[in-house]
Design a protein around this ligand. Structure first.
Ligand SMILES: O=C(O)CCC(=O)C(=O)O
Length: 289
């Protein structure tokens, strides 16, 4: 599915873009169910367990920012979690034993779409080893002007940055204080149906969508089955087992020397990364109006 060179790029730079993983049938299904969720969001006026809303959302002009846990909301999304081509990519990176974690769908409609400030996913959910990654499915073409994800190559081998502001976890890095040169960021563009895979410690973010085209990104978090969460450990053993997408369960977590900062005290604004990051002191990305 992916070449040795692509595996080496993932290890060296912390991210890859794999073209044309989903076919036209999968894409048509994803677009149909996602359009239906946007229609349903007209009926809500505040964030819910399913909908995270852009500022300015209204029944007349629905502005849906995120569908939460889409795999629990519709079988089309659930099918994508175990998509054989996605699982095959992860098996090439980590071997046979792979567990799903959670899913989210970040929408950036034409002309707006909230930015996501720089962060490392590892700041939210450190584990006993860092064989974790997010797979991002491009439901639309990802172009330079529609808010495609930006990554800092190689940052997955660096420190875990402070993700606090005003003494609390905010799920984002203060861009002027972290010491990174964001002009070195690389944009992950590609045709609809392509996927990104980014390492859990990779610094990444994305700008608003200033184009006339939507950008919808279905993100799945996965981990090697022997990576054990240091926060939010499983409470239901059967449900935990059902998250395996390939291979075997284990009772022996693999411990490696990885830098960790725990995400406490918890963010004052809960619900999504957009809410968490609202308390950052500095913002890197402009917000579209
Ligand atoms: O939607 C994006 O461009 C990035 C999303 C992301 O990093 C996140 O939701 O954690």
């Amino acid at each position: 599915m992916i070449s040795d060179e692509t595996v080496a790029q993932y290890q060296r730079e912390g991210y890859i873009v794999v073209p044309d993983v989903l076919d036209a049938h999968d894409l048509a299904d994803l677009r149909r169910v996602t359009d239906a969720f946007v229609e349903r969001s007209r009926a809500v006026t505040a964030h819910t367990e399913v909908f995270d809303l852009e500022p300015g959302h209204s029944a007349a002009q629905p502005r849906l920012r995120r569908i939460k846990n889409p795999n629990l909301q519709d079988p089309v999304y659930a099918r994508m979690v175990r998509h054989p081509k996605i699982v095959a990519v992860l098996n090439r990176l980590w071997g046979p034993d792979v567990r799903f974690d959670i899913s989210k769908l970040n929408l950036k409609a034409a002309g707006f779409g909230s930015p996501v400030e720089w962060h490392q996913d590892w700041a939210f959910y450190p584990h006993t080893n860092d064989d974790l990654a997010a797979v991002g499915i491009m439901i639309d073409d990802f172009t330079p002007d529609n808010g495609s994800m930006l990554v800092m190559p190689g940052s997955h081998r660096g420190p875990i940055y402070d993700h606090r502001a005003k003494g609390r976890f905010v799920g984002g890095m203060e861009p002027l204080e972290c010491g990174l040169d964001f002009s070195k960021a690389v944009m992950c563009t590609g045709r609809a149906g392509s996927i990104t895979v980014h390492h859990v410690r990779l610094v990444h973010g994305s700008s608003a969508n200033t184009s006339g085209k939507p950008r919808r990104f279905l993100l799945h978090q996965y981990r090697a089955a022997d990576a054990w969460p240091l926060v939010h450990p499983p409470t239901d053993w059967d449900a935990w087992g059902e998250l395996l997408v390939s291979g075997q369960e284990t009772l022996q977590p693999r411990m490696t020397a990885v830098p960790v900062r725990l995400p406490f005290p918890v963010a004052s604004k809960q619900g999504s990364i957009y809410e968490n990051q609202a308390d950052l002191n500095q913002r890197y990305f402009d917000v579209a109006q």
